[in-house]
Design a protein around this ligand. Structure first.
Ligand SMILES: O=C(O)CCC(=O)C(=O)O
Ligand SMILES: [Fe+2]
Length: 360
């Protein structure tokens, strides 16, 4: 027998879920066999889903290993430039972060999410000023349907983080990864500056694109009815670039020429995607493209996205780079400061945010 709709109050359900502080993992631990209604996507979305085309294309895979000669370096710069223009998404191999560090990061995230729920609850918060906090669904109260995932947030946007500030259960693995991924970001900004025809230190030293960082450590529990919900709603990232580590489960998809493409897990690889800010700075040359994560009946799936957010304190003003020449290609975006962009991002449902909010 179905429950009459008047007995279902979405706001109450969302609040009860949020107040439990146990996340999606908590629902599974409680033994649920069906996806609760707050996670079920609207029927029109599910129908649209049946009509979307999947493609077996692959996002480019770029080898960052050989950089000794001028020619080798140029080849990498060209490949990164082309991938950033055509795809906005690529995988990198031989990026310099040891596999042991990647593996340790994945197991540390798993340890965090699978620890005793009472320990996790102390860190459950929606206060974005907190440097370390855990939550389920960043846009819980704004979205039409909730995502099947929980997230540990680590913010290094205002200031760097000390190891002691991280939860003990995952401290060493996460801290080590942060150090490595931050360095990789610096290298990528050098290559990407050159790919835009700018001096190698332009995006890094001059624009401080790698300064503020925010890491989201996601845990997607196995889902009893994956076709009814989604792991992560389609969105673009509010950042310059994102470096994303995913485990072997799969489920990440990117929208390329109106078709969803699976981003296949490649052992030891990292995914890089261009975020909204770099699309704006490059005046649409590089693309910040929509991506999502489908829910899965296997898992958990674990991933860590490191968003490079730029200079926030003191606030830096960003906008299309004048040196790129507006004679041929007039500026398409307003200037912005990162905190305003992020505030706007948090004021709309995930799928409605993006560079269009800052179009001239
Ligand atoms: O979990 C993933 O693979 C992607 C997560 C993501 O897109 C994000 O956190 O912005
Ligand atoms: Fe994302």
């Amino acid at each position: 027998m179905s429950i009459p709709d008047q007995e279902y109050n979405r706001e109450d359900e969302l609040k009860a879920f949020d107040d439990s502080k146990a996340g999606v993992k908590g629902l599974l631990d409680a033994g649920i066999k069906n996806v609760p209604k707050i996670f079920i996507r609207p029927p029109e979305e599910l129908v649209e889903e049946l009509n979307t085309i999947m493609s077996d294309l692959q996002v480019p895979v770029i080898d960052l290993g050989a950089t000794e000669t001028e020619n080798q370096r140029k080849k990498i710069v060209d490949q990164l430039g082309q991938a950033s223009e055509e795809w906005g998404f690529f995988q990198v191999v031989n990026h310099g972060i040891p596999v042991s560090v990647l593996d340790e990061m994945i197991s540390s995230i798993r340890l965090f999410h699978e620890q005793d729920v009472e320990m996790k609850k102390e860190l459950y918060s929606r206060d974005r000023l907190r440097k370390v906090r855990y939550e389920s669904n960043l846009d819980l109260y704004r979205s039409t349907s909730a995502n099947w995932r929980d997230t540990l947030n680590i913010s290094m946007v205002i200031s760097d983080i000390e190891a002691q500030e991280l939860p003990q259960v995952c401290r060493d693995g996460v801290f080590e990864y942060i150090n490595h991924v931050s360095k990789l970001g610096e290298h990528l900004f050098e290559f990407l500056s050159e790919a835009l025809g700018l001096a190698p230190d332009y995006l890094g030293s001059r624009m401080e694109c790698g300064r503020g960082r925010h890491i989201v450590c996601h845990y997607y529990p196995p889902c009893p009815e994956p076709e009814l919900t989604i792991g992560s709603t389609k969105h673009t990232d509010p950042a310059f670039i994102t470096i994303l580590l995913q485990d072997h489960i799969g489920g990440l998809q990117v929208l390329h020429q109106n078709q969803w493409i699976d981003v296949q897990p490649i052992p030891a690889a990292l995914i890089v995607n261009i975020g909204d800010f770099l699309q704006i700075l490059s005046n649409d040359k590089f693309r910040s493209v929509k991506h999502r994560v489908i829910a899965n009946d296997i898992g958990p799936r674990i991933s860590a996205a490191c968003f490079f957010m730029g200079g926030v304190v003191p606030p830096k003003i960003y906008g299309p780079i004048k040196e790129l020449g507006y004679e041929r290609n007039p500026s398409r975006y307003k200037d912005f400061v990162v905190t305003d962009y992020v505030a706007k991002f948090h004021s709309v449902p995930l799928e409605l945010s993006g560079v269009h909010l800052f179009k001239l």
